[in-house]
Design a protein around this ligand. Structure first.
Ligand code: ADP
Ligand code: MG
Length: 721
């Protein structure tokens, strides 16, 4: 066939069997491409290694003399593996990963070369950062950016068939110290949690307290389709989602894909992704099919938030690059296909340390229970006070298609505790749990809290933020997003609430309360003031949407245009400044950058919609109309009774396609001034026009001869692989 779409199908159907690679045992694979602490220990003098360990633990600065020795060892390890280049890897305010590559090569005067890598270069790099979004910071301060090694995350090797590069995870800041990236505030938020958790744990009577960190395990959903479709769909190619496409007759209604057998081609792809993850020290743990056809999920075992964030970013990169090798395209967009489920990223989050363990684990003694209730209460307070912030950090043009669409959590941020724990907090509110008797408190007839709802069947899937036994699961995060933003928000609101709780508790203790009495009194106040955010019912229901807003005073920020301006609120500025996570300037710059990205994303989609409608769909429809007309004429000349209904319908849809695309083009050309106005306009004018245009195009897809239709269909993309 000459039609490119049909050629693509032929190519896909004749693809050779799946690529394979040699099978290796885990101990050979595990972290083989990482400059681990173990490797450092083996390579470094004892004193130097100890100093590195101290730096990692305390987050202090790496001494230059120490850095020199570490750099030397790192270079030797990397160059022995064939590395010629090193790269400072950083995470700009887009959701992507950025790299600046430099050679180890150092030319000598006599025409020879050797490799060189000093501590200074390891610790600090200087990319030309001017082309990264900075939301006005750099023009304000006339400052360039520099990168600095984040020693709490290990260096690794990135291999391509033609070479090896040493990758060093770094923060990216301006010379005046403003954060230009996603890692800097994450590290600051971890420090803030550590500080405030220490304070509360001390008040609760702990004397030995190891550094407290947050943990993250992110479940990543994605779609996998054959790569041959992508160049034929400019929307997939440039916007990552289909702007048009009629639903396939078979979608996800049979529920036959979820947890079904993984197709072989996909399994081979997954196994290669996992092998590479293991080599990079990323603990891949589960894989399965998801609800929609051609949708899958991968999840690692949880790790320290900072490392987990780097690893999550690498995982997305590996998914995309490995898919390419296998003739597949991995779609990380939140809503690549209309009418079937989109993709999210469940961020499982907890905090803990080496001495007290997981602080969100109820534990086995009354003392542990009290500690648990205090930390859990802190989370509840944080989410109630700063729910709109949690909505803002997951606000993107793409995630808007998913939130509130009855397949994903609503845009209203509430907390699901499970009925048992909700009951415990109700008892606290009603004063039924009284202080001195914390040991005998529980109505459960035992002196410890029961294990809470760890059973997957009992987890309210309609909640955006759910307690799942020993952690919270933030489910409204988008599949394409860095987990850094959500983790920064969670850590920051927790640190803030822990500070409030500690101050309240100190006051109670100062006025003569005993520890347990005082703690329960603080919790009582807390749940009285913030219990409105706790909700165990159906988050998809209209009733909840009404009740949340009208009775509970929660906000329903439907689109990114509604949600992002939250970052400009005074209360948010104060939160971030108080906790030392972001300055007012840094927060403002984030608003500017994310708003700009939202506007650009919709602008690109709108332009693509016009382009595809006019240059691909319209010509096909008109050609079909011509064929219809010719055939009708021929038939009536033969005296056959004909009905022009289809022709009229096609002609009508062609007309509305041209009309609406004209309106859309005009709207694209005349946006209002000002960031907030432009955001609103994108949400309220451009998005609805695109939806109208889609009706015309999808209508034509139902009528036009399949042989003429230029765009790969949903049926093909989702079922032919
Ligand atoms: P689900 O039933 O939601 O799929 P899993 O048990 O597979 O749950 O876990 C999902 C993710 O949660 C995994 O990445 C897992 O490592 C992570 N996780 C488990 N416990 C914790 C914890 N205490 N803190 C953070 N993440 C956790
Ligand atoms: Mg989960």
């Amino acid at each position: 066939p000459s039609q490119p779409r049909l050629q693509a199908l032929e190519k896909i159907l004749s693809r050779p069997a799946a690529l394979t690679a040699p099978i290796q045992p885990l101990d050979e694979l595990w972290a083989s491409d990482v400059f681990t602490l173990d490797k450092m220990k083996a390579a470094l003098p004892k004193e130097i290694f100890k100093s590195v360990q101290r730096t990692i633990k305390e987050g202090s600065k790496l001494d230059v003399s120490v850095a020199n020795v570490v750099a030397q060892a790192m270079k030797e390890w990397a160059t022995a593996r064939g590395a010629l280049y090193y790269s400072h890897v950083f995470y700009p305010l887009t959701n992507s990963t950025a790299e600046k590559h430099d050679g180890f090569i150092s030319p000598q005067g006599d025409g020879t070369v050797f490799t060189e890598f000093t501590g200074k270069v390891l610790v600090q790099g200087e990319p030309d950062g001017s082309s990264f979004p900075n939301g006005g910071i750099r023009s304000t301060f006339e400052a360039r950016g520099y990168t600095a090694w984040d020693i709490t995350s290990p260096a690794w090797l990135m291999e391509t068939p033609n070479g090896v590069t040493l990758c060093i995870p770094t923060v990216f800041v301006s010379w005046t110290g403003e954060a230009l990236d996603k890692k800097t505030p994450l590290l600051r938020s971890i420090a803030a949690v550590n500080k405030q958790a220490h304070r509360l744990l001390s008040l609760l009577g702990e004397t030995t307290i190891a550094p407290v960190n947050s943990s993250c395990g992110a479940e990543q959903e994605y779609f996998l389709i054959d790569s041959a479709y992508v160049p034929l769909r400019p929307d997939l190619l440039l916007a990552g989602r289909t702007l048009f496409g009629r639903p396939s007759a078979k979608g996800q209604q049979f529920d036959d894909h979820y947890f079904g057998a993984i197709p072989e081609r996909v399994q081979v792809f997954m196994q290669e992704v996992e092998r590479q993850m293991y080599r990079l020290g990323i603990p891949a743990k589960t894989r399965h099919n998801e609800v929609a056809p051609s949708q899958f999920e991968i999840a690692p075992f949880f790790e320290a938030a900072n490392v987990a964030t780097d690893h999550q970013q690498l995982t997305m990169t590996l998914l995309r690059s490995t898919a390419k090798k296998h003739g597949l395209a991995c779609l990380l967009h939140e809503k690549p296909f209309a009418g079937i489920n989109g993709s999210g990223k469940h961020v499982n989050w907890s905090i803990g340390n080496a001495t007290q363990g997981n602080l969100l684990d109820p534990g086995k003694t009354p003392h542990k229970n009290l500690q648990f209730l205090m930390f859990c209460g802190a989370v509840i307070r944080g989410v109630h006070m700063y729910g709109p912030l949690l909505r803002a950090v997951i606000a993107t043009a793409s995630n808007d298609h998913r939130l509130g669409a009855n397949e994903a959590p609503p845009a209203i941020i509430s907390v699901y505790l499970g009925s048992q724990l909700e009951d415990v907090f109700n008892q606290i509110r009603e004063g039924r749990l009284s202080g001195s008797a914390l040991g005998g408190v529980m109505d459960f007839g035992v002196d410890t809290l029961p294990e809470f709802d760890k059973d997957a069947g009992d987890r309210n899937r309609t909640s955006p933020f759910a307690f799942t036994g020993n952690r919270f699961e933030f489910r409204a995060v988008g599949s394409n997003q860095s987990v850094a933003g959500p983790l920064v928000a969670l850590n920051t609101i927790l640190a803030d609430s822990l500070a409030w709780i500690s101050s309240e508790l100190e006051a109670k203790l100062g006025s003569g309360y005993g520890l347990e009495e005082g703690a329960l009194a603080v919790l009582k106040t807390l749940i009285e003031q913030h219990g409105a955010v706790v909700f165990g019912g159906n988050g998809y229901s209209d009733e909840w949407h009404r009740m949340a807003v009208e009775e509970r005073g929660l906000e329903n920020l439907r689109t990114t245009a509604d949600a992002l301006p939250v970052l400009e609120r005074q209360s948010m500025r104060e939160l971030f400044e108080r906790t030392g996570v972001l300055s007012a300037v840094e927060l403002q710059s984030r608003f500017e950058v994310y708003a700009e990205q939202y506007i650009l994303a919709i602008d690109v989609e709108a332009k693509l919609a016009v382009q595809i409608a006019r240059t691909q769909v319209y010509p096909a429809a008109i050609r079909y109309l011509g064929e219809l007309a010719e055939s009708l004429q021929l038939q009536s000349s033969l005296g056959i009774q004909v009905s022009p209904e289809t022709s009229k319908e096609v002609a009508g849809l062609c007309q509305s396609l041209m009309d609406i695309s004209g309106q859309l083009q005009n709207a694209i050309d005349h946006p209002p001034h000002g960031t907030e106005a432009h955001m609103r306009y994108s949400a309220d004018t451009l998005v609805p026009l695109m939806a109208d245009l889609r009706v015309a195009v999808d209508g034509l897809e139902a009528l036009v001869d399949d042989n003429l239709w230029p765009l790969p269909t949903y049926q093909e993309m989702l079922f032919v692989r």
